[in-house]
Design a protein around this ligand. Structure first.
Ligand SMILES: [Zn+2]
Length: 297
């Protein structure tokens, strides 16, 4: 009540001093403009690194809202992956999905290590791979199995891809049929696990090496990546020689549940969307009837 009275009395007094008040009004308005401009500039500077074309046209009403959506949309997928890696650094790189639908990220970095025989792999899988190959001697007549194809450059993958298409065309297939057939065997360049150094093609002295690998590779973190029973999902014909590193935990779960990588990742995604985390089963015991990758024809 007191406030209202004093404001009333001030406004009555102001009638007699209209001229001074006009100046004060002008000053206040200028101050307001200055404040608005500085707020606008400081908000604008938050997004300095964004290309100018990304910026929505500034408008006073849009100001508070425009920074947040822009910063979210500017964030590339790669950054999100990196953020996630900070939380679970150790598993993400192992579970990267590369297939004909999922290309290798453009800025994917790799540090290579050379294997006996000259092929190379991501250095992070060197030790488990060597351990597996050493153990695999028992399924290979006592001989150390050979990695015949490890890391491939884009150029190598392109050569293999073009070559496979040419082979089918030479057999009389039309270019489009030849391409379709070739892609069941050789991944489209930019879409091969060999290009991320996490996959190897293994040759043994005897065929027994492959059943041995199918039963034991998970213990070393490797999976039989393209079983014939999963061709419809993977898009790749059975390749008994191709092994992919995913880490022991994931490999064990895939082995025990009979899942290929695509199925495993889909399951993880579903579990991630479920609210009750405590109900998740990380590793299940093998049941006698559990589906397993097998040597299909
Ligand atoms: Zn391969």
């Amino acid at each position: 009540m007191e406030g209202i009275q004093s404001r009333d009395s001030r406004s009555r007094r102001s009638q007699g001093r209209r001229r001074r008040f006009t100046w004060r009004d002008t000053l206040a308005a200028l101050l307001m403009v200055a404040v608005c401009v500085s707020v606008f500039l400081s908000i604008g500077s938050l997004g300095k690194k964004a290309p100018a074309s990304d910026l929505p046209k500034p408008s006073v009403t849009g100001l508070p809202a425009l920074t947040i959506p822009r910063m979210q949309s500017r964030m590339p997928v790669v950054s999100l992956t990196r953020n996630a890696q900070m939380e679970k650094k150790d598993t993400d790189w192992k579970l990267i999905l590369v297939n004909n639908q999922n290309a290798i990220p453009e800025d994917y970095e790799i540090t290579l290590a050379e294997l006996p025989g000259g092929e190379k792999v991501d250095q992070r899988i060197y030790a488990p791979l060597m351990a597996m190959l050493e153990a695999a001697k028992e399924g290979n007549g006592g001989q150390f199995p050979i990695v015949v194809s490890g890391y491939r450059t884009q150029e190598t993958q392109q050569f293999l891809y073009d070559d496979k298409i040419a082979q089918y065309q030479n057999q009389g297939y039309s270019p489009s049929n030849a391409k379709q057939l070739a892609e069941q065997w050789v991944a489209v360049p930019g879409h091969s696990e060999h290009q991320i150094g996490l996959a190897v093609d293994i040759n043994g002295a005897i065929y027994d090496i492959y059943p041995w690998l199918q039963e034991n590779s998970y213990q070393y973190g490797f999976i039989f990546r393209y079983p014939g029973s999963k061709t419809e999902i993977t898009g790749v014909a059975e390749e008994v020689w191709h092994y992919r590193y995913v880490g022991v935990e994931a490999a064990t779960e895939m082995y025990e549940k009979g899942l290929c990588l695509e199925e495993y990742l889909a399951e993880k995604q579903r579990e991630g969307n479920e609210p009750k985390k405590e109900n998740r089963l990380r590793v299940r015991r093998m049941s006698p009837g559990a589906q397993r990758p097998s040597l299909a024809a």
